[in-house]
Design a protein around this ligand. Structure first.
Ligand code: SAM
Length: 293
C-alpha cells in the first residue's frame, strides 16, 4: 500500500513505499492497545475522503485527536497549514516525530485531549481551527462535550465514529437524545461516509461512519444561559420513557402543575416524551420553565 505523495520518505518499506500500519507496528515492536481504542485506519482512499471532507486550505489549523501511527496526520499536513496532534499513548507520541519527520508543520503533543484546553493548543493564532480525528470510540461523547462546550470551539469537525453513534447525532424529533440535542445546539452534524470494519487494523467490532459537524457562530435557538438550558434538557431525558410532565417535575424538583403549565405555554403536549422534541421546542420550553426573556 502506498499512502501519500512522492515526497521525501523517512519511513519506507523494501518496495520503496511508505510503511503500512502493520509494518510500522512491526518495525517499532508495538501492539495495538484495545483499551486506548487503537484501531488504525489502513485504507488510503478512506483516509483521503476524511481529509477531503474537512475542505482544508493552507490557512487552516487542524487539531487531530489520537494520531496513532500518523497516517491521517501526514495527509492532513499536506493540505493544512498547521497540524497539532494530541496522542495519549506515550509509546506512539515518542515515535511520531520520527515517522513524521518530513512534515515540519506537524506538532505532536503527548497528552489526554480531555485534559487540555483547546485554546492553549494554538497559542500563536486566534484559536480558529478544525478538528479531524479517527476518534477512540470510548471517549466520543466526552470529546464532543469538551470541544463544543469550550469557549474556543472548532469551526468544523470531521470525526470517525461508531455508525450507531453517528446515527444518534443526526437524529431528528422522534429519536432525539441528550447527545443529539447537545451536538445540534452547537452545530449541524451530517453523515458524510461509511467505513467498514475491514478498513481498520485491527478491525473494530462495529461499523463506523464519518460525521462532519459545521459549528455555528451562535446557537440556532435563542438561549442565553446554556447551563440552565441543559439542566432542563437533562431533566427531560433523565427519566427515559417517562412523559415530559413527570420527568421534568422529578428532574427539576418542581410541582407537576407548574411543569404542565409551562409545557402548555410552550405549545407542547404534557404527555409527550423527551425524544420527540425538536431543538426549537426545547428552547421554547426552557424559556417558559425559567421565565427567561
Ligand atoms: N489516527 C489514527 C488512525 O486513524 O489510524 C489512530 C486512530 S485510533 C482509533 C485512536 C487514537 O487515539 C489512538 O492512537 C489512541 O492511542 C489515541 N487516544 C486514545 N485516548 C486518547 C486521549 N484521551 N487523548 C488523545 N489520544 C487518545
Amino acid at each position: 500500500m502506498h499512502i501519500g505523495s512522492d515526497s521525501v520518505f523517512t519511513e519506507l518499506n523494501s518496495a520503496g513505499c511508505r510503511k503500512t500500519v502493520r509494518q510500522l507496528l512491526r518495525a517499532y515492536n508495538l501492539r495495538p492497545q484495545k483499551g486506548l481504542g487503537q484501531n488504525f485506519l489502513e485504507d488510503p482512499a478512506i483516509l483521503q475522503r476524511i481529509v477531503d471532507a474537512a475542505e482544508l486550505t493552507p490557512d487552516d489549523s487542524v487539531l487531530e485527536i489520537g494520531p496513532g501511527l500518523g497516517t491521517l496526520t501526514r495527509l492532513l499536513a499536506t493540505s493544512a497549514g498547521q497540524v497539532v496532534a494530541v496522542e495519549l499513548d506515550e509509546r506512539l507520541a515518542a515515535i511520531l516525530p520520527e515517522i513524521l519527520a518530513d512534515c515540519p508543520n506537524v506538532e505532536i503533543i503527548h497528552g489526554d485531549i480531555l485534559a487540555l484546553d483547546p485554546a492553549a493548543l494554538f497559542p500563536e493564532r486566534r484559536p480558529v481551527y478544525k478538528v479531524v480525528a479517527n476518534l477512540p470510540y470510548y471517549i466520543t461523547s466526552a470529546v464532543l462535550r469538551h470541544l463544543l462546550e469550550s469557549p474556543a470551539r472548532p469551526r468544523l469537525m470531521v470525526l470517525t465514529l461508531q455508525r450507531e453513534v453517528a446515527r444518534r447525532l443526526v437524529a431528528g424529533p422522534g429519536e432525539m437524545s441528550l447527545l443529539a440535542v447537545s451536538v445540534q445546539f452547537y452545530g449541524q452534524p451530517r453523515i458524510v461516509g461509511r467505513i467498514p470494519a475491514g478498513a481498520f487494523y485491527p478491525p473494530p467490532q462495529v461499523d463506523s461512519a464519518v460525521v462532519r459537524i459545521d459549528v455555528y457562530d451562535q446557537p440556532p435557538v435563542p438561549v442565553d444561559d446554556v447551563e440552565s438550558f441543559f439542566r432542563v434538557v437533562q431533566a427531560g431525558f433523565g427519566q427515559r420513557r417517562k412523559q415530559l410532565r413527570n420527568a421534568l417535575s422529578q428532574g427539576l424538583g418542581r410541582p407537576v402543575e407548574e411543569v404542565v403549565a409551562a409545557l402548555k405555554r410552550a405549545g407542547i403536549a404534557p404527555h409527550r416524551r423527551a425524544e420527540t422534541l425538536s431543538l426549537a421546542e426545547w428552547a421554547a420550553l426552557w424559556l417558559e420553565i425559567t421565565g427567561a426573556s
